[in-house]
Structures are given as C-alpha cells and as structure tokens.
Design a protein around this ligand. Structure first.
Ligand code: ADP
Length: 437
C-alpha cells in the first residue's frame, strides 16, 4: 500500500511540477495539453512494461526477469525475489524426493500404493521384482488384472479392519521361484498400502531346520529302538543263556556308542558353525606333526587290514585351530579306512606347494558315483545309505570337514571313480614360523 501511495504521490508531484511552467507560459489550455502528453507517456510506459511482464511470465527464466522503471522496478524486484525462493524450494523438494527414493530403494520390502479402484498409484522397484510386474509399464495398472490368481483376487477383496489381511504366494514365473508375503493396510483415508516381503530365505531356513531335526530324530531312533528291543528281551527272558545275554549287551553297547558318536559329531558341527572361522583359538602350529599323528591314528584304526603309506613333508606350519583341522583331516583318513575293503591301500600325503600345503588321502576303495559327489558334504548324506550306516558312520564326517576347512579359507576337493578309489584333498595356506620376517 505504501508503495502505491508513494508512486501516486510521485506522479501527482510530476503533474503539478509540469502544470506550473505550462500555466505561466500558456494558461489552463497549456496545462491540459502538457497533462494529456504526460498521461499518454505514462500509459505507454505501463503498456511497455506489461508486455515485458507477459513475455517473461510465458517463459519465466530467473536470469531473464526484466528490469523496470518506477513502480515496475519494484514489481519486477518482488517477482525476482519470489522466483528465487521458488527455485530454492524446488531444489530442496527435489533433494528430499531423491533421498526419499533412495530410502525406498534401500528398503528390504516392496511397497505399492493402491487407489480405491485398485489401481497402482505408486510402487517401488522391489514390489515390482517381488510380484513380477513391469516397473515402468505397470505403474497405474489395475493390480488385480496384472496378477490373475483367484487367491490373490480374494485377498484384495478382504475387508481392511484391525487385523490386516495377509497372503503367502509362491511365484515361479520370471526369475527364480520365490515365496512372497503380502500385507494390506489402509493408508490415508481413500488409499491402501500393499507391502511385499520375499520370505524365500526364511522358508528355506525353516525347511533345512525341519529336515535336520527329522534326520537327527531318525538317526537317534534307530539305535534306541534296537536298545529298547534288547532290553525288553532281557526283561522278558531272565533265564537267557549267558552267551546270548553277553551278545545282546555287546550289541546294545555298539548302538549306544553310535548315539554317543552322533551327539559328539553334532556338537562339533554346532561349534564349527558358531566359531565361523574367528581368530579366538587360532595359533601357528605344525601341520606336518598333525598329519603324522592323523596317520598314526589311521593305522591304528586300520589295524593292519590295509597297506598304509604316508608321504608327509616336514616343517610345514599353518595358522589355525588345531582341533578343527584334526577333526577335518582325521575324518578323511577314518573314512578311507572304513570304506576301503581289507587288503586295499591308503596313501596319506602332505606336499609343500610353496605358499600353500596340499593334504590328500587316496584310497583304493569302492569309489563314489558322480551323482553323489556334489552332495557328500551335506549333513547325513550317504552315498549308499543302508550299507554306510552299518559302517558305523554318523553321516556328518564330511560336513564337519567342509566346515572346519571353510573356517581356514580352504575347500574340500573330491575326485573318485567307481571301482578304482577316491581322493579327498585340500590346500591350506602356510604360515611363517614365529619370529621369521
Ligand atoms: P559317514 O559317517 O556316513 O561316513 P561322511 O560325511 O563321512 O559320513 O561321508 C558321507 C558319505 O560319503 C559316506 O556315507 C560315504 O557314502 C561317502 N564316502 C566318504 N568317504 C568315502 C571314501 N573314502 N570312499 C567311498 N565313499 C566315501
């Protein structure tokens, strides 16, 4: 208001200033002429600035805000300030939006906003991946037309009350098969939110856990059934001849040893998984001495039934957990002894390869058919289930070996040919002797 008053007063002063000399020179008629001229010039000035304003509004570039005269200078300055603050606000909004999009992209869940007609108002990329939608093309699509399964349609129709409806679907189209959990909730008043979660990993973990429990139960139930059968017989037949009684007791002892071995192996496996290769118990020790000790244990287990050879390189040091490597490498030698028929030969070797040392166990046993090789290190996997269980193994030896070696950044290599024998080997990184550079 001040601005307008100032400009009106200025214009009135101009008219007055022009009127005095005009009146002195030509009377009232001259004043009228001068004022008409001034008003006309004033109109022209406004018309000229209006055109500039209209032009600028049609293409409002900040740097092109026109300069003006008189009141127009103030108007253009105000417009420039407004345009500048608008630009700043736009930049801030842009940055916030970018950050929001980055947060949404980093979220582990997919999110879809649906309008009242079930049309996708907005979705993040993960939702498109989870539901196998096209992120670009399917924006604004009607969701129930994009996923055409009856269970999904009835899920979308469920009322949204206190407990949000959920649905677990399995998708096998597009990429790899996966399980997706969907949850619907209200969002603002007229919209709803659909959250998608890929639960495949959790489901896989559950399946593995159930399979593991089933396996352990099965492994424990067999010896327990045998023991309770013999116990019943002993209870029912107190007059059993001493020879038979001793035989039953011996068999029960065998079965309880089997259970003990199984529990020991399970505990070892759990310990290996928990330690995860941490440095806590690691130290530098002689792998050559450990290999000699494992050979001696193998010879004792073989008890002269096999030709036992060893080629152990001396003075090889490694950095790790001795007990873990003892379990891993000891299991390989024990397997060779258990699976190689009497008279076969077993060769244990430790070679110095420069920066690493290669430990291998070669036997002339029955060998393993190729289809079993990739599964041998799975828990409770047996190439010949019936026969190998009788062999006294727990089915955990190679799983333990694999885990223990993984804790030492090493892998277990298996090569085998049926009728000729098998070789189990691994390469371990050598360590410098303490005090050496
Ligand atoms: P197990 O306690 O049954 O020996 P492992 O995990 O040690 O369990 O071995 C898994 C399977 O691998 C065995 O059941 C056996 O079928 C096969 N296997 C392991 N070592 C040998 C070997 N030296 N010769 C032939 N088969 C072997």
């Amino acid at each position: 208001m001040n601005l307008i008053r100032r400009h009106l007063l200025g214009f009135a002063a101009l008219l007055l200033a022009a009127a005095i000399p005009a009146y002195l020179l030509g009377g009232f008629a001259a004043v009228g002429g001068v004022w008409s001229l001034l008003l006309f010039a004033y109109l022209l000035l406004h018309w000229f600035h209006l055109v500039r304003l209209i032009r600028w509004l049609a293409n409002p570039k900040l740097r092109l805000v026109p300069r003006g005269y008189g009141i127009w200078d103030d108007i253009f300055n105000t417009l420039l300030l407004q345009a500048k603050s608008r630009k700043k606000r736009k930049q801030q909004l842009g940055r916030s939006l970018q950050r929001f999009n980055r947060v949404i992209d980093a979220m582990p869940d997919g999110v879809i906003i649906l309008d009242q007609e079930g049309r996708i108002e907005w979705m993040n990329r993960l939702a498109a991946v989870h539901l196998d939608l096209d992120f670009e093309k399917d924006q604004n699509g009607i969701l129930k037309n994009l996923i055409r399964t009856p269970e999904f349609h009835s899920f979308l129709q469920q009322p949204l009350d206190d407990t949000p409806p959920t649905l677990k679907i399995r998708l096998s189209d597009g990429l790899k098969p996966r399980s997706v959990m969907l949850t619907r909730t209200t969002f603002e008043t007229r919209l709803e939110l659909l959250v998608t979660q890929d639960i495949s990993a959790a489901e896989q973990l559950n399946e593995t856990r159930s399979a593991f429990i089933a396996n352990v139960s099965h492994e424990l139930r067999t010896p327990l059934t045998v023991i309770s059968g013999f116990l019943e017989t002993l209870a029912d037949l107190p007059d059993l001849p001493p020879g038979e009684r001793a035989e039953f007791i011996g068999l029960m002892q065998q079965e309880s040893n089997r259970m003990l071995n199984l529990i020991t192996d399970l505990l070892t496996l759990a310990r290996l998984e928990n330690s995860g290769g941490g440095e806590t118990h690691k130290q530098t020790f002689s792998l050559s001495e450990l290999a000699e000790q494992i050979c001696a244990e193998g010879r004792a287990l073989s008890d002269g039934r096999h030709q036992f050879q060893s080629q152990i390189a001396e003075n090889i040091l490694v950095h790790g957990t001795e007990s873990e490597l003892h379990s891993a490498l000891g299991n390989l030698v024990a397997n060779a002894v258990r699976y190689t028929p009497e008279g076969g030969s077993i060769t244990v070797s430790l070679h110095d390869n420069g920066s690493n040392a290669e430990f291998s166990v070669r036997d002339t046993g029955p060998g393993i058919t190729p289809e079993h090789l990739p599964h041998l290190t799975e828990r409770f996997y047996r190439a010949d289930a019936g026969r190998n269980r009788k062999n006294g193994g727990t089915g955990l030896g190679l799983a333990i070996a694999k885990h223990a070696l993984a804790n030492h950044h090493a892998v277990l290599n298996i090569s085998s040919s049926v009728g000729e024998g098998s070789t189990f080997s691994t390469k371990l990184e050598k360590a410098e002797a303490v005090g050496e550079p």
